[in-house]
Write a protein that binds this ligand. Structure first.
Ligand SMILES: Cc1cc2nc3c(=O)[nH]c(=O)nc-3n(C[C@H](O)[C@H](O)[C@H](O)COP(=O)(O)OP(=O)(O)OC[C@H]3O[C@@H](n4cnc5c(N)ncnc54)[C@H](O)[C@@H]3O)c2cc1C
Length: 414
């Protein structure tokens, strides 16, 4: 009898797993179930669409025909509401049930709402789907004033959308710098200046105490805890994700702010795997549990999960140094690995607008941020992947050209 694989989620993790499974097991039944009404699209590009810089067509990656051509059963607009891991069966909001031999959970997260009054008022946007991007694009095009909340990578996307759509916006941040866990004041200053150039004003030591709305329930302003009021007919909120694990809460699948998996993408329950943003995985490069919220990492996790599901064994480990680049400004920006973890950092400003920080743990590179000049990215990622001990030469990580061989030769005993 042929095997039956069910995948929940048609983001890049789920879709890559489906492709891998079909290649590895041509006879198997493969089903992909997604809550969304459209097949896989490029989530990375929806910000460019919302900025008004990109038509819709290049955002799409797969049409339903792609699945049909490969005999993959794609179920759009279908929410999985429960899983019975003993019976190897899941159920959907419409009351349908699907049996599986092996199951992949690739359900990612949903943007969290601010815990304040009127946080879901008209005009307040959260950003995850193409559908969100369409609404954001239209609203930003109409708006004159804006507020963005959330000093991370997605918040910056919302700020850049305001800049591109000529919305006079304030970017409210809790601390004294954008992405303060990964950047120092010097690095963040490059971003603050670039935001100001786009007409977005960073406001530090701020946040939202409450929103004001008009008689129709549309947002008109955000008021911060000091009582400062920022007019806004457009608000973008990006304060993190709530992981989509509700439908497995009655199962023994172990979760701890995400689904726990080993390096083979296996959960704590036999025949159940997870991949993508939803996982807290054993990171073999870092040597501890970690989480990645990046496209490349989700894609690779999906493929690795697919290969392991096809054999039911420990065929392939997930070993990856992720990267995330930002293209909103005239200069390049890239973060790699885990720039907010580790126990030591080294950094340098080269000239105005060119900055680098490398994060280390136990003398080994685990992440970093490069602004202005990305030439060293490949060498730094190689050092991270190889786990080279660089503890006595950390300053050399900041040389304009990083020579991997010099590190590895010196690290090899005579
Ligand atoms: C605006 C934006 C910009 C980004 N920019 C970058 C970037 O520049 N670089 C980068 O590396 N990463 C970027 N990312 C992050 C990257 O897109 C994600 O890390 C990646 O898409 C995660 O893929 P995934 O498959 O794990 O999850 P998702 O893409 O979130 O897919 C999960 C899918 O599961 C579905 N689902 C959830 N629950 C259920 C259920 N119960 N039943 C059925 N279906 C369900 C969801 O509807 C969704 O379609 C960006 C993300 C966003 C939102």
């Amino acid at each position: 009898m042929c095997a039956s694989y069910v995948i929940v989620g048609d983001g890049i993790a789920g879709s890559s797993a489906a492709e891998t499974l079909r290649e590895a097991d041509p006879e198997a039944d493969v089903t992909v179930i997604t809550e969304e009404g459209e097949a896989l699209y490029n989530r990375i590009l929806i910000k460019e669409f919302a900025k008004g810089k990109l038509p819709a067509a290049p955002v799409s990656i797969r049409e339903p025909d792609w699945y049909a051509d490969r005999d993959i059963d794609l179920r759009l607009n279908t929410v999985v509401t429960g899983v019975d891991t003993d019976a190897h069966e899941l159920s959907t909001h419409e009351g349908d049930t699907y049996g599986y031999d092996r199951l992949l959970l690739a359900t990612g997260g949903t943007p969290a709402q601010l815990p304040v009054d009127d946080s879901d008022a008209d005009g307040i946007h959260h950003f995850w789907t193409f559908e969100d991007a369409r609404a954001i694009k239209a609203a930003a095009a109409e708006a004159e004033t804006g507020v963005v909340v959330g000093a991370g990578l997605l918040g910056l996307d919302l700020a850049a959308i305001c800049g591109a759509q000529d919305v006079d916006a304030h970017y409210l941040m809790r601390g004294d710098a954008w992405w303060r866990y990964a950047l120092s004041e010097d690095g963040a200053a490059v971003i603050h200046d670039a935001l100001r150039e786009k007409g977005v004003t960073p406001v530090f030591g701020s946040g939202v105490d409450h929103f004001e709305t008009d008689a129709d329930g549309h947002v008109t302003a955000a008021v911060d805890p000091d009582g400062d009021r920022y007019e806004a007919d457009f608000v973008g909120v990006a304060i993190g994700l709530d992981f989509n694990t509700e439908f497995i809460q009655d199962t023994p699948i172990e979760c701890d702010n995400g689904i726990l998996v080993d390096e083979y993408m296996q959960t704590s329950v036999e025949d159940v795997y997870a991949a993508g943003d939803i996982t807290r995985f054993h990171d073999v490069v870092l040597g501890e549990r970690a989480q990645n919220g990046a496209w490349g990492s989700a894609k690779e996790q999906g493929s690795v999960a697919g290969r392991n599901m096809a054999t039911g064994g420990e065929t392939e480990e997930f070993e990856w140094v992720s990267s995330y680049s930002i293209t909103h400004f005239e200069f390049p920006f890239l973060s790699f690995g885990h720039p907010t973890l580790g126990d030591e950092t080294v950094e340098r400003t080269y000239d105005e607008g060119t900055w680098r920080r490398v994060t280390l743990k136990d003398g080994r590179v685990v992440g970093g941020v490069l602004i202005g000049d990305l030439a060293a990215q490949s060498a730094l990622k190689k050092l991270a992947r190889r786990g080279v001990d660089v503890s006595d030469r950390t300053e050399r990580l900041l040389e304009e050209e990083v020579d991997v061989d010099a590190f590895t030769e010196a690290a090899t005993p005579e």
